[in-house]
Design a protein around this ligand. Structure first.
Ligand SMILES: [Zn+2]
Ligand SMILES: [Zn+2]
Length: 283
């Protein structure tokens, strides 16, 4: 798997950002990259096959970021999920949506998740977000891709439509400078390539700095992110009539993703699908 150059490229981008270049300027400069840079990137992308690596979960040496026994053990058994919020559901039953979504419909239309958020797969999300281990981002993207291509109701022909464009949940400027990278964007980049769906890194902006959702009681989370996002003027035309895929690392109550979907729908998005690595289970 594409490991070290991704890390280097991403680390450079992060360093650039941390050096004060700013999120908007770094991303805005992307289309004007000189052609040779993409050539170098392509060449570097071939190198990791030759370099030793280790499994991010068990540490076993090998070429892949996740060894095949760990992949088989933790990511191949899937349960049935609500098509709207991805909450696990009983195997039998006719409804495609869980009781909570039937009762109080979220603004997003569908959610695709790779796994539930518990040990040891939570370690992958933590390694990326707080450990700054950017090599796991392509792995999380690959696991989301697998989830996007399988049915949310195992054994059925129920299939979720794939979005026609992707965007990450944005970080606030302060949080971005503190962390140096947006983990959602790090996942969205390789996911865009894997699914061949165009990425719009700046489709959304976080207009107010919010507290970390994980630090708040569940009841306060919706309030914390209310009106936190906007679609900048230049991106408005991209949203109208489109099926937007929103990428994030972890979904907890869904309050953040719901707020994002409200904003996108307000700008005329036809459909919003969340593509998330891990979903926390109710406590
Ligand atoms: Zn392993
Ligand atoms: Zn649901």
């Amino acid at each position: 798997m594409d490991v070290k150059p991704q890390k280097n490229a991403a680390a450079q981008a992060a360093a650039k950002s941390a050096a004060g270049a700013g999120y908007r300027r770094v991303a805005a400069a992307a289309p004007r990259k000189p052609p040779q840079e993409s050539w170098v990137r392509r060449m570097l992308a071939r190198v990791p096959q030759l370099l030793p690596s280790s499994c991010a979960l068990c540490g076993e040496a090998g070429r892949d970021t996740l060894c095949s026994p760990c992949h088989k053990r933790f990511f191949t058994r899937q349960h049935r999920r609500c098509i709207q919020c991805a909450m696990p559901m009983p195997v039998s039953g006719k409804d495609l949506r869980c009781g909570a979504c039937l009762k109080d419909k979220p603004a997003f239309d569908a959610t695709i998740v790779a796994t539930d958020y518990f040990a040891p797969s939570d370690q992958l999300a933590l390694a990326l977000k707080f450990g700054g281990d950017l090599r796991v981002a392509p792995l999380l993207a690959a696991l989301i891709r697998d989830a996007a291509l399988r049915s949310p109701v195992p054994g059925s022909d129920v299939q979720l439509a794939l979005p026609t464009m992707l965007a990450p949940v944005p970080l606030g400027r302060e949080r971005l400078q503190e962390r140096g990278f947006n983990q959602a964007l790090e996942i969205a980049r390789p996911l865009s390539a894997l699914l061949d769906i165009k990425l719009y890194p700046q489709l959304l902006e976080r207009k107010k700095e919010t507290q970390a959702q994980s630090a708040l009681p569940v009841a306060a989370r919706a309030r914390n992110v209310r009106q936190a996002f906007l679609v900048p003027y230049g991106a408005m035309d991209h949203v109208r009539g489109r099926h937007v895929g929103i990428v994030d690392d972890v979904m907890t109550t869904g309050a953040t993703l719901n707020e994002v979907a409200i904003v996108l729908k307000r700008h005329g998005a036809k459909r919003v699908t969340n593509l998330v690595f891990a979903r926390t289970l109710p406590v």
